[in-house]
Design a protein around this ligand. Sequence first.
Ligand code: BEZ
Ligand code: FE
Length: 289
Amino acid sequence: MIVEDQAGVTFAVEAAMARTPDPRLREIMGALVRHAHAFVREVRLTEDEFEAGLDFLVGIGQATTSTKNEVVLACDVLGVSTLVGLLNNPMGPDHTAAALLGPFWRKNAPACGLGDSIARADTPGVPLLVSGQVRDRSGAPIVGAKVDVWQASPVGLYENQDPDQPDMNLRGLFTADEQGAFHFRSVRPAGYPVPTDGPVGLLLSAQQRHPYRPAHLHFMVTAPGYKTLVTQVFADDSENLDSDVTFGVIHSLLGRFETEDGPDGPRCSLVYDLVLEPGESRIPAAPIP
Ligand code: BEZ
Ligand code: FE
């Protein structure tokens, strides 16, 4: 099709893609092109702005390293990751809500025994005991469910961002017992800023947005016959609960980190149950190795 004017470009691209045999690819690319063209028209994108946008996309690719996925981060701070998660895992009264995976999940966390500590070296901080039960919507325990946990340290860094932490520090894979129960020891995580040394950081400061996430623990729970649950539990006394830079906080994901005085100073505990829906057990692609 020969293009006659700006309006004709959209028809020409749609016609060129119309033979795509895969119906889902055809649908997704058709909608993407229509929305992208509508966006360009709505804001009347200038050539300089187009180049700046392309530089941003190139920049997030180039800023992606073995310890940081800037592309995932961009989707996170634009709310796309949370939106995809909530569309595909609708909230309901009888199961645990999903929250974004984030860029720091790693496959192959060390297998741990119940009660183990995921602090693999001296990690100064307030001792934390986490416990809960994995069950289905009817309340039955899911025996043998795999509970993959990861968290930032008390200074707000994941181990792969921090040369002072050993490999796989504050990560562990637990197996729920005959009652579906799990428990482990750790240190209380801090809230932290998402990485701001790349194009996403520049975008946040141009938008006068702070880069912080409230303190949280990440969980990925899998069991055959159940939909994989990827979620986060937020400390209900944390700062920035209502301004999480990644829009991940949901009321039902607030957990009470009970603090008490122990023999060596304060210590805290969190009890949080994880309820799975029936469905497909699927492991997401890891954003970093
Ligand atoms: C995280 O919770 O690990 C995270 C999520 C989004 C962006 C950065 C970090
Ligand atoms: Fe996190």
